[in-house]
Structure formats: C-alpha cells, structure tokens
Design a protein around this ligand. Sequence first.
Ligand code: NAD
Length: 254
Amino acid sequence: MSEFDGTVAIVTGGASGIGLATATALAAAGATVAVLDLGIDGLPEPLVGFVADVSNRESVAAAVAAVGEAFGRIDILVNNAGISAVGTVEDNDDAEWARVLDVNVVGMARMSSAALPWLRRSPCASIVNLCSIAALNGLPQRAVYGASKGAVLALTYAMATDHVAEGIRVNCVSPGTVSTPFVDRMLQRFDDPVAERAALDARQATGRMVTPDEVAGAILYLASPLSASTTGTALEVDGGVHNLRVRQPRVTKG
Ligand code: NAD
C-alpha cells in the first residue's frame, strides 16, 4: 500500500522532462495520473493523456472536466507546464513578455482555478507549482523567465494562504538547471552551446545539472498526503546553487 493509492493527479506539461518524470513517479507510487499537454503522443502506460493548452481558459476547463469525469476525483495538481526565454530587458519585446507570463504564471492560475472545485472534495488536496532558482538569484539573460518564476513564488504563497482553511496545500519546487529538452533548446540560442552547457554544469555546487527524477522526488514529497503540515513552502532542488558558496578547486604547481 502507498499513500498515493486511490488518488488522482494531474501533471501539466507531463509529456516531457520534469513533468514526464513526475507523472511516471506518481503512477509508480499508486496514483492515477492524467497528463495535460499540447501533445500527448507516445505517453508511456499507465499515464493517460489529455490535450490541453494552459494558455487557453476554455481548453483548460474542458481538460479538467474530462479528467474529473474520467476518474471521479482530483487530489493533486502539479502545475509544471512552462516555457523558457533568454535575454535581457533589451532583447525581449512585448509579445515575448506576454507569451511567457501567460504560460508560466497565468497558466498556473487558470489550471488551479479549474481544479479547485474538485480539490475541495479531496481529503488530501495538494497543488505543487514549478518555480526555479531564477526566482531567487539574478541569473544572466533570464529577465523575462526570472520575472515569471518570481511571480510563481509569490503566487504559491498567495494561493497557500487563500486555501489553507479549505484543507488545500500549495507548495512549489525551485530546481536549479535540470537536464531536459527545455535546456537543450535554450542552449541552441547561445553562440557556443557546448561551452554554455559546461558553464551550467559548473554553476551547480555539485558540478552537474539536476536530473528530472530528482525534481520528481521533491514534488512527490510535497504532493504526498503524508506531508499534511507542509504548505506555503519553496523546496530547492538545485545542487546547492542558492545557498552554498563552494571554493573552486585550487590549482597547485608541481
Ligand atoms: P520541457 O520543455 O522538457 O517540458 C515542458 C512541457 O510543457 C512540454 O511537454 C510542453 O509541451 C509543455 N507545455 C509547454 N507549453 C504548454 C502549454 N501552453 N500548455 C500545456 N503544456 C505546455 O521542460 P522542463 O525542463 O521539464 O520544465 C518543466 C517546468 O520546470 C517548467 O515550468 C520550467 O520552467 C521548470 N524548470 C525547469 C528547469 C530546467 O532547468 N529544465 C529549471 C527550473 C524550473
């Protein structure tokens, strides 16, 4: 028996990267898992896909209703769908700002709003949002993206406060750089993707990027019915980036 047995979870953006690792881990732990994504082809069993665009309110409402109808309950919502953006405030135009904030921030609000009527009926309701260390640190060329994740952090605290009396917990995870297709695509926008990847590895105190499974483990902890006293927290899964100040290895002359 697992604490997730009998629960129903939604993972947005669950067809790739952190979302896919999380959906797979939740299913392995006993949850029935609905993946909401722009494309759901090739999802592994037993994940059940629902096409949805978190930037479209009608699409979100229809998909959440379909999950509720299919499984009769919704206990866990992982707001994972998100997109990247590279550049300073000089590089990104208004359309890029609107697009990234619409998916990364308003998308979470749309999803949560649609799921709340179901979550209120759950004995173990939990929402986990995907934040980032970009909310906590000034990362180079992440103006739009960092602003979007800063908003996710504030949104997490606001939602946790609004819904604590209803028994609905809201937390977020703040990963460092995670090796996923999201990072692979972002690296292609740099002049020297190989050097940039090496710099990302070196930025982690652990010397390597975080794995999707490591983030999934943190999400499962926050989503678990056993974590009933954990709400309004941001859990860093970042290889020490935010809190550690490690010394670089010294070069000694022989
Ligand atoms: P990914 O690109 O591998 O997967 C993202 C998924 O979201 C894709 O399947 C994509 O189709 C889906 N998606 C995008 N827009 C959508 C929309 N409008 N509606 C529905 N689905 C949509 O990305 P990832 O690296 O797994 O990132 C997942 C989350 O983790 C994002 O919120 C990202 O900001 C966050 N995050 C990633 C990293 C990292 O280094 N990879 C670090 C910190 C936080």
